[in-house]
Ligand binder design. Structure first.
Ligand SMILES: Nc1ncnc2c1ncn2[C@@H]1O[C@H](COP(=O)(O)OP(=O)(O)OP(=O)(O)O)[C@@H](O)[C@H]1O
Ligand SMILES: [Mg+2]
Length: 338
């Protein structure tokens, strides 16, 4: 039995062939700073963020979709894979998603981390190809598909055709930066210090990128920057929109850059079918409309946008046998085997 993995900056997702997604947990590890021993991983470790005593550190070992803490990630992956791999899964082959602009060293880090679990082979696939496959697009046809996978750490944009990438761009800007902007704004405007999880909750609850139809508010709770005592303020959807628009427009700019470089034949297909957006950030209210208004092209939010990459990796498992038989001649979306 083979497995697929999406090691995202925010969430780690695992898929088992013929079963579907079996794990979806925060990409967080908590460890003892004195012994380096892992105390918790996934959602359990996420709940510890910002609340740990001095002896424990809880961190995201994947930053901007790239492994930043290689020792930690090996242990984290091992623990998560042990959760889901029953005795029937022995030396599986693994399909893992990686961002488009990853370096050879960063690729190696992903492969080494997964290999430490004892797998037969690791196949890599670009994030955008997996996202498109997971959204239901047929990327093997000679028809252009434009996909923008908008995650927590990165936005990966590509035009795909015949199983390959025609034009692409990857920027290190995603939902995490939107959260940072909310934290900064609340501190500057209200002298209130809030944590990133509070900012993320605010973004998910009232965040929107076009004028909200009706004004809603969200109560952010934190610590007074001067007095140090607990305090809250009620912020409105309109004011948060103004905070989120500048970084969101940078993502829109990257989408426009890709469109500008797309060959005319493929642009025709994209005009007809529209741009598909995937990733958790595709859920923020008004993003599809903002992109459509700025590009003049229709935008479709994929079903379950945050699961498109892992589901696409899962679909790509079916190409492993073809690749192993005849890697050179067959058309396939997989990148390399290690
Ligand atoms: N309903 C929502 N509204 C706004 N933002 C959301 C919503 N749901 C999820 N997000 C945001 O989506 C981001 C996570 O998306 P996703 O799970 O696709 O990221 P990831 O795959 O872990 O990261 P990356 O692909 O960048 O490495 C987070 O910033 C999260 O706050
Ligand atoms: Mg992702």
């Amino acid at each position: 039995m083979d497995i697929a993995m999406d090691l995202g900056s925010c969430r780690t997702r695992i898929f088992i062939d013929k079963k579907g997604k079996v794990l979806d947990e925060a990409s967080v590890a908590a460890y003892n700073v004195n012994t380096n021993e892992i105390i918790a991983v996934g959602d359990e470790a996420y709940a510890m963020l910002g609340k740990t005593p001095d002896s424990i550190n809880a961190v995201f070992p994947i930053e901007n979709s790239v492994i930043s803490e290689s020792n930690l990630i090996e242990d984290t992956i091992n623990i998560l894979l042990k959760h889901v791999c029953t005795s029937k899964i022995v030396m599986p082959r693994v399909v893992a998603a990686i961002p488009g602009d990853i370096t050879e060293v960063e690729k190696r880090a992903v492969v080494n981390a997964i290999s430490s679990f004892g797998v037969r082979r690791v196949y890599l696939i670009e994030n955008t190809k997996a996202a498109a496959m997971g959204s239901g697009a047929d990327i093997m046809s000679p028809y252009g598909t434009m996909i923008a996978d908008l995650g927590g750490g990165t936005s990966n944009i590509a035009v795909l055709s015949l199983g390959g990438i025609s034009v692409s761009k990857c920027i290190k800007l995603g939902g995490n930066i939107l959260d940072d902007e909310i934290v900064k704004y609340i501190k500057n405007k209200y002298s209130l210090i809030i944590g990133n999880s509070m900012a993320e909750n605010c973004k998910k609850a009232i965040g929107c990128l076009v004028e909200p139809e009706e004004e809603t508010t969200f109560r952010v709770k934190g610590r007074d920057a001067v007095g140090g005592l607990p305090r809250f303020v009620d912020v409105t959807a309109s004011e948060i929109m103004n905070v989120l628009l500048p970084p969101a427009m940078e993502i829109v700019g990257a989408i426009k850059d890709v469109l500008e470089e797309t060959p005319p034949e493929l642009i025709g297909d994209i005009y007809t079918d529209g741009i598909i957006i995937t990733g958790g950030l595709a859920r923020i209210k008004g993003f599809a409309k903002l992109i459509a208004n700025s590009t003049g092209i229709a935008v479709k939010i994929a079903d379950n946008p945050e699961d498109c990459v892992i589901n696409g990796c899962g679909k790509a498992i079916s190409y492993i046998s073809e690749v192993e038989k005849n890697a050179k001649t067959e058309l396939h979306p997989l990148m390399a085997a290690y």
